[in-house]
Ligand binder design. Structure first.
Ligand code: NAD
Ligand code: G6P
Ligand code: MN
Length: 441
């Protein structure tokens, strides 16, 4: 069996140790000969890298390991680039969330003006990584889950149309795990789903078990009462704020009981509620810095100090195994059915052909083959038309350096009440992002 070489871009991410542990747990399914870390923040990556080096020595000493900030070293001789960078790190996420809140507009990592600001930072960072990959390992595939995935995917479609990049999100995976639990199945893999929308902006239209029995009625009954709150107390989405989001899915579901919604729709359908329940001084970025970041870096430092993982609380990011499923689909032509963010090209019949949509695809060695969705209802179509225009305007604004288009993008976001408020927020965001955005004229 061929053994693969993988580079993790954003080696200093809080998710890196969980993903490395997950990769080690899956070596029988996806054999690895080399893991490399790449980041542009040497100091941050070093802490994670030194700890992961010890993990690897203990569990799989045969795997070669290297952490570097040198693109040539990082991207040479790799089969897969797993990308989870955050351009501007948590300091900028905090501003993305807090600046809109000054104007009573919600502040969120990937939705509304905050997501737009993050998109304007991410596009350049992701294009740079694609270019390194194509220069040093032209046959490699990039599995991208850097956010905001919707804007990143549109940017790569438009600006790097031939690149081998697959954009994927873990939110449907996480929600489907809860759905499986609700109906008493062992795993989401015992379900067959149809889902359509944009990233962080979609709906399930069908869920069956493998025998074809309809599971929607039972899941809907649960969601109508409890949202997606299920028995689970482990995994990535466990903080109180996430629990509130899972609970709020109950109200999101009520707006269209013919489908089951992605949790992120709460930001578009209940923005006033979200603002009322936000603390302008302490947002999700603060919660993550005080929680996951302190925990992961604290545990890494302990491992380095004692030169052993004994007693370490770092855990396998089990749900991230969808990344291995994706790599395997490419490597072994498995034809697994997965939700990916791909160019529509008629899959959703009555929707913009060049939109990047999140839909089921059959994934094999030549990439994804999107499944046909047919026509979608007017409600979803209307919302998606507005949102996809926002995403396309952001990419155009980035490529053309256009203030006008970025103002239009923020104005068009369903989370923003007027062009006046959009302009106020934009002017603050420009000031805050001057080290990251292209100059706008
Ligand atoms: P983090 O800040 O801990 O890690 C990101 C790392 O990227 C940092 O070490 C940073 O130095 C590095 N980085 C920034 N710009 C870079 C560049 N241009 N080149 C190389 N490295 C760069 O962030 P995190 O909370 O661990 O999240 C990482 C990313 O994963 C984010 O984009 C987040 O939104 C995304 N994410 C996506 C999903 C999904 O469903 N698609 C799920 C979880 C996390
Ligand atoms: C979900 C989404 C990701 C997002 C993450 C945020 O998993 O699918 O796209 O990055 O939530 O989580 P956080 O804990 O950083 O707020
Ligand atoms: Mn996501």
């Amino acid at each position: 069996m061929k053994k693969f070489s993988v580079v993790i871009a954003g080696g200093g991410s809080t998710f890196t140790p969980g993903i490395v542990l997950m990769l080690l747990d899956n070596l029988d399914k996806f054999p690895i000969r080399q893991i490399k870390f790449y980041d542009n923040d040497k100091k941050r990556q070093e802490i994670i890298a030194k700890a992961c080096e010890i993990i690897l020595k203990e569990q799989a000493p045969e795997i070669e390991f290297l952490a570097t900030v040198d693109p040539k070293e990082a991207f040479t001789d790799v089969d897969f680039v797993m990308a989870h960078i955050r351009v501007g790190k948590y300091a900028m996420r905090e501003l993305d969330e807090k600046i809109p809140l000054r104007y009573n507009v919600l502040g969120q990592e990937t939705c509304g003006p905050g997501g737009i600001a993050y998109g304007m930072r991410s596009i350049g960072g992701i294009l740079e990584i694609i270019d390194y990959m194509e220069k040093y390992s032209p046959d490699a595939w990039m599995l991208n889950y850097s956010n905001p995935a919707a804007i990143v995917a549109e940017a790569t479609r438009k600006l790097r149309p031939d690149s081998k990049i697959l954009n994927i999100c873990d939110m449907p995976v996480g929600i489907e795990e809860r759905m499986a639990q609700i109906v008493g199945l062992e795993s989401r893999k015992e379900m067959n789903v149809t889902y359509y929308g944009l990233n962080h902006f979609g709906w399930w239209s069908s869920i069956t078990d493998k025998a074809g029995n309809d599971l929607m009625p039972q899941i809907k009954e649960h969601v109508a009462k409890y949202g997606y709150v299920a028995a689970t107390d482990e995994g990535q989405h466990v903080d109180q704020s996430w629990n509130d989001t899972f609970h709020k899915a109950k109200d999101v579901y009520a707006v269209d009981p013919t489908t089951l919604p992605n949790t992120y729709l709460k930001y578009y359908l209940f923005p006033d509620y979200v603002v009322e329940h936000s603390n302008k001084e302490y947002t999700r970025a603060n919660e993550v810095m005080d929680g996951r970041e302190k925990f992961v870096f604290g545990e890494a430092e302990k491992i380095i100090k004692q030169q052993s993982t004994k007693g370490s609380k770092l855990h396998i990011d089990e749900h991230a195994s969808y990344i291995v499923d994706l790599a395997r689909a490419i490597a072994y032509n498995t034809h697994e059915r997965m939700l990916l963010i791909v160019e529509n090209k008629g899959a959703i019949e009555n929707f913009e052909p060049t939109a990047m949509v999140e839909i089921p695809c059959i994934v094999g060695s030549n990439g994804p083959e999107p499944l046909s969705i047919g026509k979608i209802p007017r409600f979803q179509k209307g919302l998606m038309e507005q949102q996809v225009a926002v995403e396309k305007l952001v990419v155009e604004a980035w490529a053309e350096g256009s203030y006008q288009k970025l103002w239009q993008a923020i104005t068009l976001s369903k989370t923003v009440p007027s062009a006046k408020v959009a302009k106020d927020i934009l002017d603050d965001l420009i000031e805050a992002n001057k080290d990251y955005w292209p100059e706008l004229n």
